[in-house]
Ligand binder design. Structure first.
Ligand SMILES: [Zn+2]
Length: 129
């Protein structure tokens, strides 16, 4: 079965960031359709669009669509993504500011007292990681 799926998907586009986003949109539309049936039709159309992209053999065109999606995501939600990544990062890394130039430096946690060399101005300072 797994082999059959693999053979079927060979040369097809598959899933990407835009595909994941559209699946999320489909899920939201499904939930909204519980309140207003019109959204059910939109959810079906959205799901058909997702599968159309996944099974498409026109890989360059699908890549361009994904690139466009990533461009607009960066443009409008880049700051939000950056904050979310930083929050996710807090568990594993510290962010220190260089006392010399103010450059932010990302240091892995749990290494004890370490000497940090600023990559921008070469100032050396000690911090607990
Ligand atoms: Zn520095």
């Amino acid at each position: 079965m797994k082999e059959k799926i693999r053979k079927f998907m060979a040369g097809r586009y598959g899933i990407d960031a835009f595909g994941n986003f559209m699946l999320g949109v489909t899920l939201v539309l499904i939930v909204l359709s519980l309140f207003l049936p019109l959204f059910g039709i939109l959810a079906v159309l959205s799901l058909v669009f997702c599968y159309y992209r996944m099974f498409s053999r026109n890989i360059p065109k699908r890549s361009i669509e994904n690139g466009r999606y990533l461009f607009y995501r960066q443009k409008y939600f880049g700051a939000v993504d950056k904050r979310l990544n930083r929050l996710r990062d807090m568990r594993t890394h510290h962010i220190y500011k260089c006392p010399g130039c103010g450059q932010k430096i990302r240091i892995p946690r749990g290494k004890g007292m370490i000497e940090i060399r600023c990559p921008k101005c070469s100032t050396i300072f000690k911090k607990k990681s």
